[in-house]
Design a binder for this molecule. Structure first.
Ligand SMILES: [Zn+2]
Length: 172
């Protein structure tokens, strides 16, 4: 089984923007740590990007049925008080939903963050076009002052990465 770790955005697409940081940089750091930890545990890993560039959608979603696809994002909202963690899966995918629940549960347990729960989605490209169970995790709001600081701290990034890995492992 190969695990595909997708760092959201990249290059000219910075993703959501906070006071002092960009989503694309945080997702890359997290993806690298998650990938490193999974490889250490013996999983085969593919990162959809390993630097600050923008892969094509086709490159991102290239996958086989037996793979697992995890897309990592940070949230942004006009309301600066919005915060918390949520995980999306492709509507109707039982395996995707189970994986999303496992990762979301693990993230909330590890961070004690606000639980925005798992949500089904049928229009996100990376969920719609991957052939394998796929989830998209929004690990926090870069537009929230408190969460932006957390998201940029190496300790918290490691905590998030370990929780994502635990969520994957709990699903087998
Ligand atoms: Zn994003």
């Amino acid at each position: 089984m190969k695990i595909i770790i997708d760092a959201g955005h990249g290059g000219s697409d910075s993703g959501a923007v906070g006071e002092f940081s960009c989503e694309k940089d945080i997702t890359l750091k997290l993806a690298k740590v998650v990938g490193f930890l999974l490889e250490h545990l013996g999983y085969e890993v593919r990162l959809t990007r390993d630097g600050d560039y923008l892969p094509t959608w086709a490159e991102r979603v290239e996958s086989k049925k037996e793979d697992i696809f995890i897309s990592i994002h940070c949230n942004g909202a006009p309301n600066p008080s919005a915060q918390g963690i949520e995980t999306f899966y492709y509507k109707g995918s039982e395996k995707g939903e189970a994986l999303a629940r496992s990762i979301q549960g693990s993230l909330i347990e590890a961070t004690k963050g606000v639980d925005r729960f798992v949500k089904e989605n049928d229009n996100m490209y990376v969920l719609r076009r991957t052939r394998c169970p796929a989830v998209l995790v929004e690990v926090g709001f870069i537009t929230n002052e408190y969460e932006e600081k957390l998201l940029n701290s190496a300790d918290y990034q490691l905590k998030l990465a370990l929780a994502v890995v635990q969520g994957i492992r709990d699903k087998g």
